[in-house]
Design a protein around this ligand. Structure first.
Ligand code: SAH
Length: 474
């Protein structure tokens, strides 16, 4: 950042403007709207500038600029268009410790003025640091269109109620919630539309409600498999209104960066070398936060109700008499399949798809292998990397052909996604050759041979394993 952004209070403060033409007038107008007292120095003044200065009580000094003119001012603006004068104003101002702006003359600036969108008291300032003023102006036009003119009225309403709200709601959290309900609700639309009577009534009602003890809220939210573009709008909304976000390790950095800036982010996942929180500890933390009045977003990879233990967390909340909402997410099987161009079902090849977990010895032992080994179905295995040998052997022993296509999708939907394809009989060889690591999704079934693209990583070692006839099914 080359320039420090700040809003200056110039009300009643004296500023110097050097120049007597239209550009000087523009600056004088702007400084006047901020309440500055202005002295304008120039050998001659335009008619318009003389008139405007007279109306606003500014002082006109009709002679060339002198170095001592800068003294006693807070800011100097030079709008003469004469390089030697611009330089002299800048140097004298700088020597006197006064900020100076040479209009359209970045060399002679110790401050620059941004493009602004004025919905006072809301003011948006845009600057390109002098690099691209036209771009800054374009951005201003876009913001102009985004912000309704009535926004001023809403901000004025908020200013009027501020002290009363602080008096009634002593803690920060309830104040923040109150203002969010104002700005997201009917009070805002009424104020913007100019119906101040209705807006005031709504504010009074909201403040009465907010003064009652508030219950916390919980959302069990699916964050999808990694790509932040796969978040639902609802997930984003909850992440932006939660006080606390309890997230799994699998939730990507990019997704977490979309959380509200002042939300507490708490990782409850297992990190290498650290002890994982047990599910009971997570449940207890969730319940205690919500019971203490916090709005908690429990953010989980994929979908919260698919191998996410969301069901247990929901039950803990229910048992504690707390309400919650569930926000579904794109589960890893769907995300990985889509991002590697594998349709999980296909009219000719697969009539059903099973989401299966191979986590832990027990799971592998208790799966219905005869059912899973049947043809014309797709299997999507979660948490399976450690169990590839048992998976492969059981499916083949129960009758699924060793030639059945498979795809292993590691870190699916992220920039590091790898897709490794082959056949069921090659599963362990492929996984070893490519050093497949979690998180990875294993898709088994004829559909896994579809959508093979040139750019799929298929290094020499894997090509050795991939059967030529399989590559034909493109
Ligand atoms: N609730 C999650 C699943 C949690 S279990 C969901 O609906 O997706 C964790 C397993 O999900 C991992 O072991 C892996 O098999 C799978 N997984 C999650 N994210 C993945 C990703 N980006 N790429 C591949 N597999 C992923």
């Amino acid at each position: 950042m080359d320039y420090f952004p700040a809003f200056l209070s110039l009300r009643g403060r004296s500023c110097l403007v050097v120049g007597g033409g239209d550009i000087a007038l523009r600056k004088v107008r702007l400084l006047t709207s901020a309440g500055a007292k202005i002295t304008i120095v120039a050998p001659e003044f335009s008619h318009a500038l003389t008139g405007f200065s007279g109306e606003n009580g500014h002082q006109l000094v009709a002679r060339p600029f002198r170095p001592s003119d800068v003294l006693g001012h807070w800011l100097a603006v030079s709008a003469t268009g004469i390089p030697s004068v611009e330089r002299s104003v800048y140097e004298n101002a700088t020597d006197a410790g006064i900020f100076c702006n040479g209009v359209d003359d970045i060399e002679n600036c110790s401050f620059i003025t941004p493009a602004i969108v004025d919905r006072s008291p809301i003011v948006v300032a845009i600057s390109s640091g002098g690099a691209a003023p036209v771009l800054a102006r374009k951005i201003r036009e876009q913001i102009e269109r985004m912000l309704p003119v009535g926004l001023s009225r809403l901000a004025v309403l908020a200013r009027k109620w501020r002290a009363r709200v602080s008096e009634r709601l002593s803690d920060l959290l309830s104040r923040r919630r109150f203002w969010e309900s104002v700005f997201d609700g009917p009070a805002a639309s009424q104020a913007i539309a100019g119906d101040s009577r209705a807006a005031e009534a709504t504010m009074a009602l909201l403040l009465d409600e907010a003064s009652l003890p508030q219950a916390g809220e919980a959302w069990l939210v699916g964050a999808g498999p990694g790509d932040p573009g796969l978040l639902t709008l609802r997930a984003l909304q909850t992440m932006q209104s939660a006080d606390v976000i309890l997230h799994d390790r699998l939730v990507s950095k990019e997704v977490l960066s979309l959380a509200r800036r002042d939300a507490d982010l708490v990782s409850v996942g297992k990190l290498p070398g650290c002890r994982a929180n047990t599910q009971d500890e997570i449940n207890a933390l969730l319940v205690s936060l919500v019971a203490s009045g916090k709005r908690v977003c429990r953010l989980k990879g994929g979908d919260p109700f698919i191998f996410g233990r969301g069901g247990e967390e929901a039950e803990a909340l229910r048992n504690a008499g707390l309400s919650y909402q569930v926000v579904p997410g794109i589960t890893a099987a769907a995300g990985c399949a889509a991002y590697s161009d594998i349709p999980l079902t296909h009219r000719d090849l697969s009539q059903s798809v099973a989401f299966v977990t191979a986590h832990g010895k027990n799971s592998v032992d208790t799966l219905d292998w005869a059912a899973l080994a049947r043809d014309k179905q797709t299997l999507a295995f979660y948490m399976a990397v450690q169990r590839f040998p048992e998976l492969m052997n059981n499916l083949i022993n129960y009758g699924r052909s060793a030639d059945t296509p498979i795809a292993i999708i590691e870190k699916g939907t992220t920039p590091e996604q790898r897709v490794i394809r082959g056949t069921l009989g090659q599963l362990t060889l492929l996984a070893d050759a490519h050093r497949v690591a979690a998180p990875a999704m294993l898709i088994i079934g004829e559909v896994a041979a579809l959508g093979i693209r040139e750019q799929d990583p298929m290094p020499q070692s894997a090509q050795n394993y991939a059967k030529p006839e399989l590559r034909m099914v493109q």
